[in-house]
Design a protein around this ligand. Structure first.
Ligand code: XUL
Ligand code: CO
Length: 436
């Protein structure tokens, strides 16, 4: 029985359409810069918010109407939910999905029961992937919901909790591998601290590094070559998360010899919670050759918490796509909607509206970014701004042919630096607006 009988496959109808169940901009087959939109954007639906989100918040219980879900933690309900999820993803036309182990299968009374539950649900995931052609973008383990992880998982003060987390990640990597996952994400969850009065930060960080090395070793052992990602986030649930932003993650990866195996999975509202723009975070990662994947949800700048909203801001999606394209576009990663419909949007149809809107917002961002790139003014003004480094003194400095002494000599001869040129910020912003 279908869960969404009133919805058929979402068609592309173009910008003149007013059909709420049609794409206005996302046309999977359409080529942009010689690559289809499907391949540029690699859209992914998350299992946790979309199929497990209840709409509860700190002030009240869930509101979502999900008639297919019997509300129990039974394995049967979990398996049935998989079929509903794939009906949804298939009708939407998203090529990928992502999950945490505990979203798809219930935690059992013991570790072995939890493992068995996950394997049993993975059988259905595998079947449904084959039936629909939907692929797994990445898998991950939920190392934050169970009360045992109250002090963290890989950074717990309790060595056996670290052991449980390791066992859970081992199984999650196995299942991700079995399902052909193109990546595996580590989001720190409770890897951080609330107070230094009870925290040995140096030791906790060393444990986290050990944990990630073990994961990399195990992936190698079983032949899982999917990309590993760290997902930076500055707060929630802890006050100080160890993986607070792109720069902190890169520093951690370099310090512990993990940089080659890991890239970053960047999320817009995590960037803004860290006091950065998404464009900044993407560029920090890109410049370090670590731009892997994005969680495309946004926050609300007037609410200081992680609201996980669907992206609708074309200026933001344009910036995201411009930066992704600057660094060669997505390869193993995707545009993953780690987003949830609002508590008030409880109707199953809202799941379609939300994803269609997010996909169209990114498709528009892609087309606008391509137009800006084809126009070339932005790029040439940027290049021009640094032209003093292309030859003469600038080129010599870049080539390492100068010291403070030779530069002093050079400037003594000249007397002063050449006058600066304008930064032209307003003009550049006007040019971007021409394309919106
Ligand atoms: C939490 C968050 C996670 C990760 C996966 O804010 O974004 O859902 O994406 O664990
Ligand atoms: Co996320």
């Amino acid at each position: 029985m279908e869960a969404f009988p009133s919805v058929s496959n979402i068609p592309f109808e173009g910008s003149g359409s007013t059909n709420p169940l049609a794409f206005k901009h996302y046309n999977a087959e359409e080529e942009v810069e010689g690559r289809t939109m499907r391949d540029h954007l690699r859209f992914s639906v998350v299992y946790w918010h979309t199929f497990r989100g209840s709409g509860s918040d700190p002030f009240g219980p869930g509101t979502m109407q999900r008639p297919w879900d019997d509300g129990t933690d039974s394995l049967e309900n979990a398996k049935n939910r998989v079929r509903v999820a794939f009906e949804f993803i298939d009708k939407l036309g998203a090529p990928f999905y992502a999950f945490h182990d505990r979203d798809v299968a219930p935690e059992g009374a013991s570790l072995s029961e939890s493992h068995a539950n996950l394997e049993a649900v993975a059988d259905v995931l595998e079947e449904e992937q084959q039936r629909t052609g939907v692929r797994l973008l990445w898998g991950t383990a939920n190392l934050f919901s169970h009360p045992r992880y109250m002090h963290g998982a890989a950074t717990s003060c309790n060595a056996e909790v670290f052991g449980m987390a390791a066992a859970q990640v081992k199984k999650a990597i196995e299942v991700t591998h079995r399902l052909g996952g193109e990546g595996y994400v580590f989001w720190g969850g409770r890897e951080g601290y609330q107070t230094l009065w009870n925290t040995d930060m140096r030791r906790e960080q060393a444990h986290l590094a050990r944990f990630l090395h073990m994961a990399a070793d195990y992936a190698k052992e079983i032949g899982f070559q999917g990309q590993f990602y760290i997902e930076p986030k500055p707060k929630e649930p802890t006050k100080h998360q160890y993986d607070s932003d792109a720069a902190a993650c890169l520093n951690f990866l370099r310090e512990h010899g993990l940089k080659g195996r890991f890239k970053l999975n960047l999320e817009t509202n995590h960037a803004t919670l860290a006091g950065h723009t998404m464009q900044h975070e993407l560029d920090v990662a890109g410049a370090a050759d670590a731009l892997g994947s994005i969680d495309a949800n946004t926050g609300d700048l007037l609410l200081g918490w992680d609201t996980d909203q669907f992206p609708t801001d074309i200026y933001l999606t344009t910036q995201c796509m411009l930066t992704l394209m600057k660094y060669g576009g997505l390869t193993t990663g995707g545009v993953n909607f780690d987003a949830k419909v609002r508590r008030e949007s409880f109707d199953p149809l809202d799941l379609f509206y939300a994803h269609i809107g997010g996909m169209d917002a990114f498709a528009r961002g892609l087309k606008i970014a391509a137009a800006i790139r084809a126009d070339g003014r932005l790029e040439s003004m940027l290049r021009e701004r640094y032209s003093s480094w292309d030859s003469g003194l600038g080129a010599e400095i870049e080539q390492g042919r100068h010291s403070l002494g030779t530069l002093e000599q050079h400037m003594l001869e000249l007397g002063d630096a050449a006058p600066n040129a304008s930064g032209r910020q307003e003009l550049l912003e006007n040019i971007v607006n021409e394309f919106l």
